[in-house]
Design a protein around this ligand. Structure first.
Ligand code: SF4
Length: 208
């Protein structure tokens, strides 16, 4: 047991950035959370706003022990693991250590790879370039469908059918297209009240 937890502390991930902020999107919008952005993603969304995360080698390998130290130096209780695409890595080591330390763990993923680790909240954000694995839909607590253009509404409906009945459904305009797609999103949600609108409120607040 001792050996396992020691090796988990030494396990490392290519961390692109880390910061304590306010979660701006989805079901936990408005809550304080410490973001750990893990580099590496081969999904290739053309509108991706973190393209600098794509190459894992560009980011320093950072041990779980170091990540824990960052968290303990803050007042954070919630941790968001995002990317990049974090599920390209074995997330058991980081989850085991951070759970033991008492943190709430929230995952943001495209669902394109198997989900490892133990999570308090999983956000699935399907991407056309690499759709989620079937096995990931029932695990997710929240569907976040980014709307770039009108055909994405059909995608959102099709994806919502695959979610479990308790999942929260959010539709979020892609930031650079917000002005064009928001009126259609408002109409959609009025017609489909199980859905909610998610806006990237951190961008309005000008925080990371
Ligand atoms: S899955 Fe996320 S990180 Fe990867 S390309 Fe798409 S938006 Fe960017």
């Amino acid at each position: 047991m001792k050996l396992a937890s020691t090796s988990f502390l030494e396990f490392s991930y290519p961390v692109m950035e880390h910061f304590y902020t306010i979660q701006g999107e989805g079901a936990h919008a408005g809550k304080a959370a410490y973001f750990i952005r893990i580099g590496g993603c081969n999904v290739g969304c053309p509108w991706c706003d973190v393209k600098e995360s794509w190459e894992a080698e560009d980011h320093p390998n950072t041990s779980v022990a170091q990540i824990l130290e960052w968290l303990q130096d803050s007042d954070a209780t919630n941790v968001v693991i995002t990317g990049g695409e974090p599920t390209m890595y074995d997330l058991n080591p980081i989850c085991t250590v951070l759970k033991k330390a008492g943190y709430q763990l929230w995952l943001e993923t495209s669902g394109a790879y198997p989900i490892s680790g133990m999570w308090d909240w999983i956000v699935l954000s399907p991407k056309r370039r690499k759709m989620p694995l079937d096995e990931n839909y029932p695990l997710a607590d929240e569907l976040k469908q980014v709307i770039v253009r009108l055909p994405d509404f059909d995608l959102a409906l099709a994806e919502s059918e695959k979610m479990n009945e308790h999942a929260r459904l959010f539709m979020q305009p892609e930031w650079s297209r917000e002005e064009e797609v928001l009126p259609a999103i408002i109409n959609f949600v009025k017609k489909n009240p199980r859905w909610q609108i998610s806006l990237q409120t951190h961008k309005y607040m000008q925080i990371p």
